[in-house]
Ligand binder design. Structure first.
Ligand SMILES: Nc1ncnc2c1ncn2[C@@H]1O[C@H](COP(=O)(O)OP(=O)(O)O)[C@@H](O)[C@H]1O
Ligand SMILES: [Mg+2]
Length: 303
C-alpha cells in the first residue's frame, strides 16, 4: 500500500487505479457517486472505464442505455438502445466463464465513449442476466473473476487512467468480486444512525476478504450523502471521523434535485444542463476526482 496524505490506496495487479463504490444499504448514493466521479475524472481528461456490477443496472439506466422512458417521450433515453436485453454476450458470461479459459472477455462487451455523443467514459453495462449471478457464482473462482477479466482486458491492449466499479446494494459474491478487483473502496452513506451499523458490517466483510485472499483493501473516501446541516448528520460524521477519518477524506453532498434529473435523462451531471444551478455537485465531484489523482499520483492530463 502507498501512504497518501489522508491514508492509503492500493494499485491492483493491472497497474490501473480501480475504485469500487460500495455499501450494502440501497439508496445511499453509490451509483450517483460512481457515475459522477467517472464523469469528473473524464472532465479532467482522464480515460475512465466504469463497470456496472449491479443486477438492478441503475448505472447503465442512468447513462441512458437501459429501457427508454415511457412517461417522458422527450427524454434523451428514448433514442438510445436498451443494452440490458441484448442477446449478445454480457457481463455475466465474462464473470461466470473463467476468462483465462473461456471466450468472452470484457473487451468484447465494452461500450466505448466514442460510440455515443453523451458518454464521457467507457462503460461495461449490466444485463438482465446478472440477476442469475448469485446462483451461478458460488465458488472461489467467481470472487476472482472480475480481477482476472480486468487483467485480460489490459493484456488485450486496453489501458485506462482509472476504473470505477458500481457495486450492488448487498454483500454478495458480486460485491466481493468488485472489492477484490479494485482493492480500493469508496463508501457512500447517508448521514443517519443506521448507516453506522451498515458500515461496521461492511468493515467486517472487508477484513474477511483481506484474510481469505491475502490482499489489502484501502478505504479511499466517504461520500456523506444527502448531508444536512443538523445534529443527526453531525453525530454520524463525528462517529465516522473517530473510526475512519485518519484514513479517508469525507465529502459532504447535500440533496440536489439536478442529480436526480440528470439520472432521469440518462446523463451525468457534467453532461446535463439543468434549470437549477449545478455548481455545488460539480465542484464536489471534481474535488473527488482531484483527491483520487493525488492519492494515486495521477496528475491531470494536459489538454
Ligand atoms: N445528493 C443527492 N441529491 C438528490 N438525489 C440524490 C442524491 N444522491 C442520490 N440521489 C438519488 O437517490 C436515489 C438513490 O441513489 P443511488 O445513487 O441510486 O443509490 P445506491 O446506488 O446506493 O442505491 C437515486 O434516484 C439518485 O438519483
Ligand atoms: Mg446503485
Amino acid at each position: 500500500m502507498t501512504e497518501t496524505p489522508r491514508g492509503w490506496c492500493v494499485t491492483p495487479s493491472t497497474g490501473i487505479p480501480t475504485i469500487a463504490f460500495g455499501n450494502q444499504k440501497g439508496g445511499t448514493g453509490k451509483t450517483t457517486a460512481t457515475i459522477n466521479s467517472a464523469a469528473a475524472l473524464a472532465t479532467r481528461d482522464h480515460d475512465v472505464l466504469a463497470i456496472d456490477m449491479d443486477p438492478q443496472a441503475d448505472m447503465t439506466k442512468g447513462l441512458g442505455l437501459g429501457p427508454g422512458d415511457d412517461n417522458d417521450p422527450a427524454s434523451p433515453k428514448n433514442e438510445l438502445p436498451n443494452t440490458l436485453v441484448t442477446d449478445d454476450e454480457n457481463l455475466l458470461d465474462v464473470l461466470v466463464d473463467n476468462p483465462r479459459t473461456h471466450d468472452t472477455s470484457l473487451s468484447e462487451i465494452v461500450i466505448e465513449a466514442d460510440e455515443y455523443d453523451h458518454l464521457n467514459f467507457d462503460l461495461i453495462p449490466s444485463h438482465k442476466d446478472m440477476g442469475l449471478a448469485r446462483d451461478w457464482m458460488d465458488d472461489a473462482n467467481a470472487r476472482l473473476s472480475l480481477k482476472l477479466a480486468l487483467e485480460e482486458m489490459v493484456d488485450d491492449g486496453y489501458n485506462y487512467d482509472f476504473i470505477v466499479v458500481d457495486c450492488p446494494p448487498d454483500l454478495s459474491v458480486l460485491t466481493d468480486a468488485a472489492f477484490i478487483a479494485a482493492q480500493n473502496v469508496f463508501l457512500a452513506a447517508q448521514t443517519q444512525a443506521t448507516s453506522r451499523d451498515a458500515l461496521d458490517d461492511l468493515w467486517d466483510q472487508l477484513e474477511s476478504i483481506e484474510d481469505n485472499q491475502q490482499i489489502e483493501i484501502a478505504i479511499v473516501g466517504l461520500l456523506a450523502n444527502m448531508y444536512r446541516d443538523d445534529g443527526q448528520s453531525q453525530k454520524f460524521l463525528n462517529s465516522f471521523d473517530e473510526s475512519f477519518a485518519s484514513m479517508a477524506p469525507i465529502f459532504k453532498l447535500p440533496m440536489r434535485v439536478a442529480i436526480q434529473r440528470a439520472w432521469d435523462n440518462g446523463r451525468d451531471i457534467f453532461g446535463w444542463e439543468d434549470a437549477n444551478d449545478q455548481q455545488v455537485e460539480r465542484d464536489l465531484f471534481l474535488e473527488v476526482a482531484e483527491t483520487m489523482e493525488r492519492a494515486f499520483d495521477k496528475t491531470q492530463v494536459e489538454a
